[in-house]
Design a protein. Structure first.
Length: 174
């Protein structure tokens, strides 16, 4: 088994891999939301993950350096994890879709992705990085806290307004 490698995703050439990995992420998120609150992706997004993701993939994964970046983490030619940074507003970048497939968990890939994205944000001249997370994402929240992220005021995200009270918003000054 080879060592995972980071690669900047090409929104056109890697579209199928980006959609597949984002569908896996969104499906996992909504399986957890359904367990916790009894709500489905259709209830909140108005669509199933496989139908929803292609409609937002360019917004989530489309910023190019120095505005943003999106990585695929691959091992043996297979996309194992992903994560991105996108422009939010002046001086502020947003971490998006830091996700590791179950088969890749336990190898600190989420931490490696997050650290890479924070370094990129600094290199791109951002002053702050922010993110949103959900209560069941305990491991991710512990990581973010260990890196210095703190709770912050809500900001506009893809989730409908009615669901935003369940979301934890965090930020890191760079």
């Amino acid at each position: 088994m080879s060592i995972p490698t980071f690669r900047i995703a090409d929104p056109v050439a890697d579209r199928a891999a980006l959609i597949e990995l984002n569908v896996a992420h969104v499906a996992w998120v909504f399986s957890e939301i359904q367990k916790q609150w009894g709500l489905t992706a259709r209830d909140i997004l108005g669509a199933e993950p496989a139908d929803y993701v292609p409609t937002i993939i360019d917004k989530v994964c489309g910023d190019s350096p120095p505005r943003g970046v999106f990585y695929l983490v691959e091992r043996d030619g297979q996309a194992l994890a992903m994560g991105g940074l996108r422009h939010s507003e002046d001086g502020i970048a947003e971490l998006k879709r830091v996700f590791v497939r179950p088969s890749g968990r336990g190898r600190r890939l989420g931490e490696a992705i997050t650290l890479r994205l924070i370094a990129d944000a600094r290199a791109f001249g951002y002053r702050h990085v922010r993110l949103d997370t959900l209560p069941f994402m305990h491991t991710a929240q512990a990581l973010y806290e260990s890196l210095g992220f703190v709770d912050c005021a809500p900001y506009p995200i893809e989730m409908p307004e009615a669901f935003r009270s369940h979301i934890r918003y965090m930020a890191l000054a760079l």
